[in-house]
Design a protein around this ligand. Structure first.
Ligand code: PAF
Length: 291
């Protein structure tokens, strides 16, 4: 039995345009999965979702320097090109766009894309400029690939909210599809940054999901007070080992403003630094949902 065909791999904007134009001429629906590589099951679930709903799937692999804040892990960010290409092939990718930084950014470029307000809380407060880097590169990728649909993970909840808003505000004719967080069997959200964790830190990192799930269960049992719920979740994370909590908040799922009462669907979002690794996770909790 033969598996899916190997993707065509290109590294120039011109080559992407050429390949995608051919697919479009054949009437194909184009799906795009933007990534920074170091692909794991979470990314593969996005590619599979694109494969189901689109006829031609483009995966972009680009470690985007403009979304890393000074002092972050740009240099050390895992780069696993061969494994990534094999992973793309295994789930049926038509085209991989893996450009260099020089191909993506003209040194004389003067333009960025900025979404206001919803980029300020949560990760925005701790990573100033990060979302402007994300929205700028995703705008460029949208203009280069011109997909019908683009796929992002719920694990980066704020990023998904910001990109949805940007797409609507700038009238991109692109459907934004947000796919559920993929977790390890023990609950840890899959992330390329999990590679930074020692076995002990890996065990400690489970406290993020434990804390979020604790909030979910308490809400299902009728608790509504955000401050009390967050205090308990904070305690769960702090007691698991040394770490620094960037934020742990219960917010409105679209405005990202803090809620004092969980009387509607709410996003519980957390970012924690364990040594070199900055981990994020989140859960949507629904007070009318099942326990
Ligand atoms: O989610 C990511 O991996 C990145 O932020 C994205 C969307 C590929 C932009 O560089």
């Amino acid at each position: 039995m033969t598996g899916p065909a190997k993707p065509v791999v290109v590294d120039t904007v011109q080559a992407v345009r050429f390949q995608v134009a051919q697919a479009r001429c054949l009437g194909r629906r184009i799906g795009c999965v933007p990534t920074m590589g170091a692909l794991h099951e979470g990314h593969l679930s996005l590619i599979r979702a694109a494969r189901q709903r689109c006829d031609y799937v483009v995966v972009t692999i680009f470690v985007n320097p403009t979304q890393f804040v000074a002092g972050e892990d740009l240099e050390n960010y895992p780069r696993t090109r061969d494994a990534d290409l094999a992973a793309c092939a295994s789930v049926g990718t038509d085209l991989v766009f893996a450009p260099s930084t020089a191909e993506m950014y003209d040194p004389d470029s003067l333009t960025t894309v900025r979404v206001h307000r919803i980029t300020e809380p949560l990760c925005g407060r701790h990573r100033p400029g990060h979302f402007e880097g994300v929205t700028t590169v995703v705008t460029k990728l949208f203009n280069i690939v011109q997909p019908d649909a683009a796929y992002f993970g719920q694990k980066d909840a704020q990023q998904a909210v910001v990109l949805r808003k940007m797409t609507r505000d700038l009238n991109f004719p692109i459907e934004i599809v947000v796919c559920p967080t993929v977790r390890e069997p023990d609950g840890l959200a899959m992330s390329s940054r999990n590679a930074y964790l020692s076995p002990e830190q890996r065990r400690q990192a489970l406290s993020l999901h434990r804390a979020l799930d604790g909030v979910r269960r308490a809400v299902a049992e009728g608790r509504r007070d955000a401050a009390g719920l967050l205090a308990e979740a904070r305690q769960t994370i702090k007691s698991a080992g040394p770490c620094s909590i960037d934020y742990l908040e219960i917010v409105h799922p679209e405005t990202l403003q803090p809620l004092t009462e969980v009387d509607q669907t709410a996003l519980v979002a957390v970012a924690v630094r364990i040594d070199q690794a900055r981990l994020i996770d989140n859960l949507l909790v629904d007070p009318s949902g099942p326990a």
